[in-house]
Design a protein around this ligand. Sequence first.
Ligand code: FES
Length: 442
Amino acid sequence: MIEPIAAIKNPLLRAFTSASLGFTIVTIISGSIIGYINPKDKSALKYGIYSSLLATVAGGIFGLTVAEKSNKLKLSLDKQQIDKSQNQIWKDWRNFIVVRKVKESEEITSFYLEPQDKYEIPNFQPGQFLTIKLDIPGQNKPVIRTYSLSDYSQYPQYYRLSIKRELAPPGLSVMPGIASNFMHNSIHEGSVILAKPPNGKFVLNVQKKLPAVLISNGVGITPMISMAKATAQLNPQREVYFVHGTRNGNYHAFREEVLGLAGENPNLKVHFRYSRPELEDEGKYHSQGYVNSALIQQLTTQNAEFFLCGSPNFMQSLRDGLQAWGVPANQIYFESFSKPIAASSQKSVTTTDESVTTAEIVFSKSGKTLTWTQEDGNILEFAENNGINPPYSCRAGICGTCTCQITEGEVSYQEEPTAAVDEDSVLICISQPKTQRIVLDI
Ligand code: FES
């Protein structure tokens, strides 16, 4: 009943309506009570009239004030709504439940993640990745990794990560991938893992007109699916070439998914190349060999944007080949969660005169104030050598995991950060102090 009264805009009309209502209700109630108890008692009648008048006055005052209260309530509800929607883009770690686990190939398994809090999750740009944190038995601190998002929807209900099991290379005393093996062996439907919001600059601007050439090998296919799906949904007129190389049918993830997408979208052209096809793979691939720039030249046009994702050697040879073909460097984008081989050619290395040779670094959360010198390397290494263990993943300025707030001073970057950083934040894995004193919230 309050809301209809509060909805009346004219305050006099609102007060009159509310007063009438108060009068009517109290008159009916008091009249009934008097009639039932003692119909002949005049003083009871008097009390009935006073009550009705009182209710009328109270109703009038209520009518005058109810709109303001209702507006405050509405504002508070709106604020809660805003808070809830802001919760979509969370700042730190958020719990996600694995709702589906699907084997995609011999080596790759997909994990479908939904937020445990059931609130919405933000959309992301095709090509971005998710940073996850895993508590792995035997590790003295959580293991943080970044994996490309391998699906796309404008209004995502889940995030999909498709992870390759990294085995130890045969004959070498190298550890197998701790995180990928843990994901494959120990993370199941119902498991909870922590994740940061989607991030990364290896993204496709869907609305551009130039054809997009998505070139991948192995698990590098994951961001390409997201890019192909986003283009099919948001700009289906755009020409997209999807070129993927893998060993054979057993190692070929998402074959049907990509072909299904191409079947619905004539502007998506697909080429699969197998390096060591099996007999039973007949008809599943388009050519045999490794994906190289000669193949790209046969299939596509120079006047396009090229996106590369795969092993470092694969990307290096393609970048060289495409540039030799005449593709401008600014039309070639690449993603690698290890430092790209050619990254050194893009470095804007900080010279010693841009950073100081010695500085005081305050790690405020750890309660440590330490003296840094240039021999100590980047801030992440320096922190670790002094018993402080900030989170990190790529150690190359790509994933954003080591981001921390800087409340005093400045840093200089040893190379251009790939991850997005706020104005008051820094990536400590690729930076050194630029001022004599810096304060970090680590
Ligand atoms: Fe990835 Fe620093 S650890 S950006």
